[in-house]
Design a protein around this ligand. Structure first.
Ligand code: APR
Length: 232
């Protein structure tokens, strides 16, 4: 079985009703990134940060996976599939996907500020005063701007080994995730599904599918499965 790696961003969850960050009306238009998503913002005003993520978590619990999430899960039945997502939602998992690497953390988890290995499943709001078992304040289990992306090494390894690389719904504005495409083998096919071609994608063997995720991903998945069956 061929190895497929899919890198996803906020665009794949847009049609599930979750806002992207940099599109018109996106989250960063209404919020100061460094106030709500950086260690400095957390130090300055933790309540504001908690409110921001509490709102995101409530929205997520109302959202449902869409046809793109479901199609990727189906792809996993025909290929050795790894999904590397920048999204903190759980829509890939709820859509049925198995191997999902959350580069930027997970909204439905909370972790201790002092003991980062203490991570808890968390579906409620996080309040000031909610603590880990050792008494430290809990924070969202999210990688903020300026923090290390601990899963990057694993993501690079998976990408280097990929036979096919697919990018869905990310502006490729945020590093190190945006650099992953540069690790894909020169001759390996690369696909991008997005209404807008992200910058910095001047790579060999690139197929740009200029469509929304719910249309472009099921189409691509169908085509790849068909090819795999013909080659078998
Ligand atoms: N289908 C597919 N793609 C879409 C759709 C859709 N329906 N709607 C929007 N898009 C595309 C946009 O064209 C854009 O390329 O999704 C992308 C969204 O880009 P961003 O808002 O920058 O989101 P993302 O790339 O995931 O951001 C990366 O930045 O703020 C941080 O940590 C946050 O993980 C996030 C990271």
């Amino acid at each position: 079985m061929k190895k497929v790696v899919v890198l996803t961003g906020a665009g794949i969850s847009a049609e599930s009703g979750l806002s992207t960050f940099r599109d018109a009306g996106g989250l960063w238009e209404g919020h100061n990134v460094y106030e709500v998503a950086s260690p400095a913002g957390w130090a300055k005003n933790p309540s504001l940060v908690l409110d921001f993520y509490n709102q995101r978590r409530r929205q997520l619990l109302e959202a449902k996976p869409n046809a793109a999430h479901v199609a990727l899960a189906e792809l996993g039945e025909h290929f050795r599939l790894n999904i590397i997502t920048q999204n903190v939602d759980d829509l890939h998992e709820r859509g049925g996907a198995k191997n999902v690497l959350h580069l930027h953390g997970e909204l439905l988890k909370a972790r201790s500020t002092r003991y980062p290995h203490l991570v808890y499943d968390w579906r409620e709001d996080i309040h000031i005063g909610d603590t880990c078992e050792k008494g430290s304040q809990l924070r969202p289990h999210i990688v903020w701007f300026g923090e290390q992306v601990h899963l990057m090494e694993r993501a690079v390894q998976l990408t280097i080994e990929a036979d096919i690389f697919i990018v869905v719904g990310t502006s490729l504005n945020v590093y190190p995730a945006a650099s992953l495409i540069d690790y894909v083998g020169f001759h390996k096919p690369k696909y991008i599904v997005d209404p807008i071609l992200p910058e910095g994608t001047d790579v060999a063997n690139l197929h740009f599918i200029q469509k929304r995720a719910t249309e472009g991903v099921p189409m691509l998945v169908e085509e790849l499965i068909l090819h795999a069956k013909m080659a078998a």
